[in-house]
Design a protein around this ligand. Structure first.
Ligand code: AMP
Length: 281
């Protein structure tokens, strides 16, 4: 596996691969890899010749400095995992490679960035789209993959690619969970054993919402009321939102109409660790 630690390195590698006609696949990550990330790497391999994975904790997408500072980083561990998966190139840029001196440009998807995460993390998606646009221009992938774990992020990127005519196919990767249902996340390592067991409420509440809808409930308002009860007496689990939204527009809905795809989406903090999850309904 080739490790590219600068803009010059990655541009040289990509230019060489492209000149020999190789199709480039890209898995952008913030590192501290887990099975969710690795499943994306395995999936994209089917669509390209050269797989590039980036490890970059993007300061621009953190609305809280303490969350940025506490984000786990272990590049050696990540390199081992990527080598085992047969990744061709690991791109580990410095912050100054991505945001050069006097960098001023921001990319914003105006509507899809507003609800849900957008309400609770001001500026978050502007940071995401700005970094992903910059990474796309450096890696020049033919295909890139994003996980449904971050459904709103995925939708925002799909919209950006369409609106700005990036010649890149976006693939969706399914959510990978621990055996007990907890969605895998790099932030899970910051949970104590007790907090981890409380965090199961996220996936359990999504399952309960799915069951209510399968049993015939078509009022999203009622589903949300029922779910919010589950969080009421859980002092250490701070619910930010539990929403039911149209999967494409991410508009929050009150009624579930037949034949439309809907998702329940949740965000909550457990002992200061903020987790998100979602499920089809
Ligand atoms: P992150 O390192 O958290 O920025 O995530 C990098 C990519 O991995 C994003 O496209 C995420 O949606 C995806 N991802 C993170 N966790 C999971 C998971 N549990 N299952 C599938 N994809 C995931």
């Amino acid at each position: 596996m080739k490790i590219c630690a600068s803009k010059g390195d990655i541009v040289a590698e990509i230019t060489a691969a492209k000149s020999s006609g190789k199709r480039i696949g890209f898995v952008p990550t913030m590192g501290y890899l887990h099975e969710g990330h690795l499943s994306l790497a395995r999936e994209i391999r089917k669509h390209c010749d050269v797989v590039v994975a980036s490890l970059f904790v993007n300061p621009l997408q953190f609305n809280e400095t303490s969350d940025y500072e506490k984000y786990p980083i272990d590049h050696e561990r990540d390199f081992d995992l990527l080598k085992r998966e047969g990744i061709d190139i690991a791109f580990v840029p410095a912050v100054t490679d991505i945001y050069q001196e006097n960098s001023q440009t921001r990319v914003l998807v105006t509507e899809l960035s507003k609800p849900l995460e957008g309400k609770f993390r001001p500026g978050h998606f502007e940071g995401v789209t700005t970094v992903v646009a910059a990474l796309f221009n450096l890696v020049r992938p033919d295909v890139a993959i994003f996980g449904e774990k971050d459904l709103q992020q995925l939708r925002v990127i799909e919209q950006m690619v369409r609106d700005l005519h990036f010649p890149i196919k976006i693939i969706r990767g399914a959510i990978v969970r621990e055996v007990d249902g907890l969605a895998m996340s790099s932030r899970n390592v910051r949970l104590s054993a007790e907090a981890r067991s409380k965090a199961l409420l996220l996936s359990r509440s999504l399952k309960h919402a799915r069951e209510l809808v399968q049993a015939g409930e078509s009022s999203a308002v009622k589903v949300i009321e029922e779910i919010e009860k589950l969080y009421k007496d859980q002092d250490s689990v701070k619910l930010e939102y539990f929403s039911v939204a149209d999967e494409d527009t991410l508009d929050e809905v009150t009624e579930l109409l037949p034949g439309r795809p809907y998702r329940a989406l949740v965000a909550a903090s457990i002992d200061g660790v903020r987790l998100i999850d979602n499920s089809s309904l």
